[in-house]
Design a protein around this ligand. Structure first.
Ligand code: ATP
Length: 207
């Protein structure tokens, strides 16, 4: 089975994430896309993040009805920061028959050499760099120089329409009592409304 692994904070999940996942599913002929919320993203260690349970519930609401989309709690079920290479190693061991595709925004591609064990990541998964709109792609020469020639075989590009939404923007809109309709799935919008999440700066903070 061809499985796309899509990691993020998902605080909250929004339509940009869903379009990315769907475009990768279609263009890379994936059987499934697994949404993998991070426990403690290494680059957000000091930030306040909404509880894992709440982020998972919002993901479940967002992906309901799409049989190709799944929630994976692999990073929440282990302690410590979520390094991508550790997650891929674990999936590779547990699901040996799956072919893994790591979905990342093309803008994150330039940071790949700074991630833990980038060469091992490319051995474990094909990296799918998602180009949003017509933003320029990072220079592969540089990646090749730092990581090695495997960059050419193990990184593919997918294009998606640019959807200029971020979770930060969603939280800001909720706090400012502005509409988030159509920016997040209806179920997520209702969930946030019912629980009053993100209404104040600290409302979504982790338990
Ligand atoms: P925040 O604003 O809190 O940093 P975010 O909206 O960027 O959050 P993350 O959970 O950090 O969301 O992102 C997970 C992945 O989704 C990243 O690879 C990021 O590039 C991608 N992503 C985020 N927003 C979009 C979008 N609007 N379109 C396509 N991809 C997106």
């Amino acid at each position: 089975m061809r499985v796309g692994i899509f990691g993020g904070t998902f605080d909250p999940i929004h339509c940009g994430h869903l379009v990315l996942a769907e475009q990768c599913r279609e263009q890379c002929e994936l059987d499934e896309v697994w949404f993998v919320p991070a426990a403690l993203p290494p680059h957000k260690l000091n930030a306040s993040i909404t509880s894992a349970k709440t982020r998972c519930e919002m993901i479940e609401l967002a992906i309901a009805g799409n049989p190709a989309f799944r929630l994976s709690t692999i990073e929440l079920d282990r302690s410590g920061p979520s390094f991508t290479v550790t997650t891929l190693e674990q999936l590779h061991t547990d699901q040996a028959s799956h072919e893994l595709f790591l979905l990342i925004g093309a803008d994150s591609l330039k940071d790949l050499p700074l991630w833990r064990e980038p060469s091992r990541i490319l051995q474990l998964a094909t990296v799918v760099a998602v180009n949003r709109g017509d933003r320029p792609l990072p220079d592969r020469m540089e990646l090749r120089a730092v990581i090695g020639p495997e960059v050419d075989q193990r990184i593919v590009t997918v294009n998606m329409p640019g959807i200029d939404i971020s979770a930060t923007d969603i939280r800001g809109r909720v706090q400012a009592r502005r509409s988030i309709r159509y920016l997040v799935p209806r179920g997520v919008e209702m969930y946030l409304q019912e629980r009053g999440l993100f209404r104040t700066r600290d409302s979504g903070v982790s338990e």
